[in-house]
Design a protein around this ligand. Sequence first.
Ligand code: SF4
Length: 215
Amino acid sequence: MRATPKDEVKVIKILGRLYTQKADMDMGSPEDTLLATLLSARTADAQVLRVFPGFRKKFPSWRSLAKADVSDIAQQISTIGLYKSKAKAIKGLAQMILADYGGRVPSAMEELVTFPGVGRKTASCVLSFAFGKPSIAVDTHVFRIVRRLGWSKGKTPEKVEADLAALLPQKCWSDINRVMVRFGRDICVGKPRCWRCPLVKFCAYKNKNLAESDF
Ligand code: SF4
């Protein structure tokens, strides 16, 4: 049966009680959150967390990144997926932030998505984690879980984001990514562990895995 809007809020609250930690890419400042989230595309967060302190030590400011050789930035992040294109994007981003924003990360979606390497997901992470603005970051976990729950049939992250925005009140938006990323690593994984899922009664997924089988 289709969940009611009240059920959807309940689901976010249940996951919020289960997963209380901040998001891995919530690095405190807008600068660090933007750079870390950009680096995390198609890369495990754990890998970004390993590399990030050394990367920031070597390039502590936008100015240092803007004037660096792309190859030097690439060398610092060489264990990260797509590191060459990310190094190029980071240099371009640093130059734009200095030239157009006086060295400050802007806090509007329309501005953030003009930066190289920054799409709606990265921009949403920056807005919600660093600026506390309601924003829905649809990554691979959110995309998979929301479709399994039956909240969206969207085939693109943009459509899933729009469906979520229509279903849930703004006060829930920033929690969606934070809790679903943890839930997507822990229970609603590729082959979901439905037998220990607190959302079974809210979930529309037809291929539920209710017998403990993959441990
Ligand atoms: S019941 Fe299974 S498919 Fe549905 S949300 Fe839980 S783990 Fe995911």
